[in-house]
Design a protein around this ligand. Structure first.
Ligand code: CMP
Length: 139
């Protein structure tokens, strides 16, 4: 089943010059890039994107981190790409993410208030539709 998913390359990925490496891995896997844009997020946009995390202890540090520099917003397309991208990304915690994954190979714990884990990928078809609508209205 062909799916679309919303991927974000977070400010740590952009700051560390890992955009090319991460996009290379996505393309090597064979997913199509439907949209790709360097953006500066806004508090309003992030409040929508992270609505499910509001109230959690890491919410405000996460929003502050996501506002700390530009992000790359991407829409991917391909068979089962929602699950496929999350598999490429690896576990949320980069310390234990498996080698071979984006977070496992390129990420680590920096001892900061929030997990800086390089990438976000939608976790379901429902989330993907919602998140694509937030980042790329009209797509
Ligand atoms: P993301 O896929 O963007 O979804 C929510 C984000 O919150 C997640 O990636 C991490 O960056 C961050 N996150 C999730 N769980 C924790 C946690 N326990 N502590 C700090 N940050 C977290």
């Amino acid at each position: 089943m062909t799916q679309r998913t919303l991927v974000l390359l977070k400010p740590d990925a952009v700051r560390r010059g890992q955009v090319g490496e991460i996009v290379r891995r996505i393309e090597a896997k064979g997913y199509s890039l439907v949209a790709l844009d360097l953006r500066t997020a806004t508090p309003e946009l992030l409040a929508e994107h992270y609505a499910e995390h509001e109230g959690k202890p890491f919410y405000q540090p996460l929003v502050d981190f996501m506002l700390s520099g530009p992000v790359v917003a991407i829409v991917l397309e391909g068979e089962r790409c929602i699950e496929g991208f999350r598999s490429l990304a690896g576990a949320t915690d980069p310390t234990v993410a498996a080698p071979g994954t984006i977070r496992g190979d390129l990420g680590r714990d920096w001892g900061l208030a929030v997990q800086q884990n390089l990438v976000h990928g939608s976790d379901s078809e429902e989330s993907a539709a919602r998140e694509i609508g937030i980042w790329f209205p009209g797509l």
